[in-house]
Design a protein around this ligand. Structure first.
Ligand code: S3P
Length: 435
């Protein structure tokens, strides 16, 4: 396996994965930890922060707002954030560029909706195509003045915040990002902000903020109540990313002779539902919970290869990020797998219905794209030249498919992994080298 200077990864398939691995920190928890630390009074210390450009964008944005974000003095690779509360955030002097990071953009719109400043937020070509009305409309309902491209349906967005008044807001989509944006606004609004989702979404924000003593109450699995206030400063070792784990879990499940243990990973139930899907397909997976950090269960995921069979996947928001690699598992399973109710796939970093259809087809897999998902007929995928479409999760899903396929494959546009997991190829190679 080699990643050349033209950012193409070459992989020879059918090598089993063996051994143990600890993963870089969870991206979702890392973004939130940085923002919450900035709002606390005092210095917070974060280790195992997610690497990659996405979380780097959140660090840089906070620095633009006047927050001190720096490396700790020791050699533990800790990041120290000197928070001084909402009022200490200053008006940004320049446009905030969120790159490819939807989480950075949506969280910041919510944060800045509460500040009496003018802020301008944008991102790369992919992010500027992604839907923003879902976050803009409920923030406008609290009193924020937000404008932008396509009546603020897309970035660039301008936010003139401050003077928010809490009320009940019904979100139009279940989204961890949108919910968190509304929580950040609600923490700055007068009165009570009640946030109601059409279905549950990932719950890192509420777990962490409750653990940090912020005035947030979980009414039920779709409803939060937030009052004015802030979290306390904290120390956190970010658990490994469960969505990154999914790539190794699927690789080990489909390649005969594999046996791996992923340690120190977040096993938040809303983030590991993909394990249940894989178990339903016949995968041999065991989860052992070893502790909890800021309300997040942490543990180990052990996987051994086993023959898989097709299934029906009714997607919920909670497993949308893992659907590309679940489609890869389906390509190696016996029979058909139908992914339904997953129209959100089309508005991620790429249109993942189209991009997974194209990449799996190159391996000779029969795939039918649908408006809300895919049908994949499993078989014996053959090595091929694939491409990332500039989407980190498509790049890593393609690499997993290449690991299971016969012969040699390439993944072009490999540099896309830099947004969430720059060391993925090296970690994969290490597990393949322990056979
Ligand atoms: C995220 C929520 C999900 C997920 C994204 C990260 C988060 O997006 O797909 O990768 O950290 O809250 P949506 O909020 O758009 O569903």
């Amino acid at each position: 396996m080699s990643a050349g200077p033209v950012t193409e990864l070459t992989i020879t398939g059918e090598v089993p994965l063996r051994g143990q691995i600890r993963l870089p920190g969870c991206k979702g928890i890392s973004h939130r930890a940085l923002v919450f630390a900035a709002l606390a009074h005092g210095t917070s210390r974060i280790t195992n922060l997610a690497p990659g450009d996405d979380v780097g964008r959140t660090c840089a944005a906070l620095a633009t707002l006047g927050v001190s974000v720096r490396n700790g003095d020791d050699d533990s690779a800790a990041i120290e954030i000197a928070g001084a509360g909402f009022d200490a955030l200053r008006e940004p002097e320049d446009v905030i560029d969120c790159g490819n990071s939807g989480t950075t953009l949506r969280l910041l719109v919510g944060l800045l909706a509460g500040r009496p400043h003018l802020s301008v937020l944008t991102g790369d070509a992919s992010l500027r195509l992604r839907p923003m009305a879902r976050v803009v409309r409920p923030l406008r309902a609290l009193g924020a003045l937000i404008d932008g491209a396509a009546d603020a349906g897309r970035a660039p967005l301008t936010v003139r915040g401050g003077g928010l008044v809490g009320e009940r807001v019904d979100l139009e989509v279940a989204s961890g990002q949108v919910k968190t944006a509304l929580v950040l606004a609600g923490l700055q609004a007068g009165g009570v902000t009640e946030i109601v989702e059409p279905a549950p979404s990932r719950d890192h924000t509420e777990r962490m903020l409750v653990a940090l003593g912020a005035p947030l109450e979980r009414v039920d699995d779709r409803t939060l109540r937030v009052r004015e206030g802030a979290p306390r400063a904290f120390e956190l070792e970010v658990p490994g990313d469960p969505s990154s784990a999914a790539f190794f879990v699927v690789a080990a499940a489909i390649i005969p002779g594999s046996s791996i243990v992923i340690e120190g990973v977040s096993v938040n139930p809303g983030r590991v539902e993909y394990l249940d899907v894989l178990r339903a397909m016949g995968a041999r997976i065991e989860v052992t919970i070893s502790g909890e950090v800021l309300g997040e269960p942490v543990g180990a995921i052990a996987v051994e290869a086993a023959p898989l069979h097709g299934t029906e996947i009714f997607s919920r928001e909670a497993i949308v990020d893992e659907l590309p690699v679940l489609a890869v598992a389906a390509a190696f399973a016996d029979g058909a797998t139908e992914i339904r109710d997953a129209a959100e796939l089309a508005v991620k970093e790429s249109n993942r219905i189209t991009t997974m259809h194209q990449e799996l087809s190159r391996l000779g897999v029969a795939v039918e794209p649908r408006a809300d998902g895919l049908v994949v007929w499993g078989g014996r995928p053959q090595g091929a030249a694939m491409t990332s479409h500039g989407d980190h999760r498509i790049a890593m899903a393609a690499a997993v498919a290449a690991c299971g396929a016969t012969g040699e494959s390439t993944v072009g546009g490999w540099d896309a992994v830099a947004v969430s997991y720059p060391g993925f190829a090296e970690d994969l190679e290490r597990l393949r080298g322990e056979g």
